[in-house]
Write a protein that binds this ligand. Structure first.
Ligand SMILES: [Zn+2]
Ligand SMILES: [Zn+2]
Length: 417
């Protein structure tokens, strides 16, 4: 769990009279008072087994006189009510509480533990969080759960302020893209970086829309989320279509007010909005873990690339030259067309299959099955010698790519997606 207690910002002006150093001068008097609750937590004793000769003065449980807790447990009924009204606005099933305690409380607990030569199993912070969790669970009927809670409630007990941190909602799906010229993610204007300028016609972006925007629009509306991120399993070129079963993606929705949504209705809404451009399928709930796996995956992909050959060549020779590339490993230096935004390096990618589908006039269609991350256009053109081998070099003719289609993103039958 995140230690959310450390990143709470309390509302400006609240309880401003409280001093952070009020207890800094505490020293351990020989008759220091510790309440029964804190003593049991620190020593691990049950209330009835606390030895009589213990080196502190034992006072009533949760007493204001306790050197450690200063009666904080008696405030928890009031504290637990703080977030209830705000919580009612959100849909969640599970929650966890993180608290920020009065300055010095943890170090006072440590001082007592040292004096008694104990290594506490739980800190006062964990104790308070648990108590708040029980109370809030009673008020709301929701379940307190430390692992992947839908809602994290961060409470500053000194200042009586709180903050809600709803966990993101993850939705998995696959998309197909039928129309060229649509990027996978929103591409901010390279001149104004999103503010809007004359270069981008005040849109703040380079392209009218993106797969991300078409998918996220209806999803944001359905979940009433604040923002989103789109995680694709790889990406295709802007001017490539994406066919077959579609490319896996996970949409991450930030601060969703609604979490249980009708996914088939969402699919229909996305597909009617994307009509003729993109379509999604296989929508289901997902997780942060799946996003990580999706990013690590390096699937094979199949493409059909069409290109023009500048120069005459007979079909048999063409077919032989293309098949020669099957099974070869390419050395690809970062292409000129992306060099401005990607590091310049040489990467190796394997071509699993390369075969001629059609040759008509001077235009060839070739099926390529390649490792993820292969630059297919450069496999055709050779990119001025930066990709080797290449179809252009094998034919000893210049080639111009006309279109590139992604047929399939193969992910293996044993995978979750
Ligand atoms: Zn105490
Ligand atoms: Zn602009």
């Amino acid at each position: 769990m995140r230690d959310a207690g450390n990143n709470v910002v309390s509302a400006p002006g609240s309880a401003s009279g409280q001093s952070f150093i009020a207890h800094a001068a505490d020293t351990l008097a020989p008759d220091v008072r510790v309440c029964r609750r804190c003593l049991c937590r620190i020593t691990g004793h049950q209330p009835d087994t606390v030895p009589a000769d213990i080196a502190v003065t034992v006072v009533e449980a949760e007493s204001d006189d306790c050197f450690v807790c200063r009666g904080v447990f008696r405030q928890l009924d009031d504290v637990s009510i703080l977030p209830l009204e705000e919580l009612r606005k959100w849909e969640y099933e599970t929650f966890w509480v993180g608290s920020r305690l009065e300055f010095g409380m943890l170090s006072r607990e440590k001082q007592i533990a040292e004096k008694l030569h104990c290594e506490p199993l739980h800190t006062i912070k964990a104790d308070v969080n648990r108590e708040l969790g029980l109370r809030i669970s009673r008020h709301t009927g929701k379940m307190a759960r430390m692992e992947h809670p839908d809602m994290l409630i961060v409470i500053d007990i000194s200042f009586m302020t709180f903050q809600l941190e709803p966990s993101p909602l993850f939705i998995y799906g696959r998309y197909r893209k039928f129309k060229r010229g649509i990027p996978q993610t929103k591409w901010p204007c390279r001149k104004c970086h999103g503010k809007g300028c004359s270069y981008c016609g005040n849109r703040g972006k380079m392209y009218e829309t993106s797969v991300e925007e078409i998918v996220a629009g209806p999803a944001m509306a359905a979940t009433m989320a604040e923002s989103h991120s789109f995680h694709g399993m790889g990406r295709e070129d802007i001017d490539a279509v994406m066919l077959g079963e579609g490319r896996p993606f996970v949409l991450e929705l930030w601060k969703p007010m609604k979490r249980s949504i009708d996914l088939s209705a969402l699919r229909e809404r996305i597909n009617s909005e994307g009509e003729g451009r993109i379509a999604v399928s296989s929508l289901r709930y997902s997780s942060k873990d799946e996003v990580r796996r999706l990013k690590e995956e390096t699937p094979e992909k199949s493409y059909v690339v069409r290109f023009r050959i500048l120069g005459k060549i007979n079909k048999e020779k063409l077919s032989a030259a293309i098949e020669e590339i099957s099974g070869k490993t390419l050395a690809q230096r970062t292409p000129v067309r992306v060099a401005h935004r990607r590091a310049d390096k040489v990467r190796e990618r394997r071509i699993i299959e390369c075969s001629l589908l059609e040759y008509d006039g001077d235009i060839a269609s070739v099926l390529v099955r390649a490792q993820s991350g292969t630059y297919i256009k450069e496999l055709v053109t050779g990119d001025e010698g930066r990709t080797q081998p290449s179809i252009s070099a094998a034919l000893n003719s210049s080639c111009e790519v006309i279109s590139l289609d992604v047929l399939d993103v193969s992910t293996g039958a044993d995978k979750l997606w």
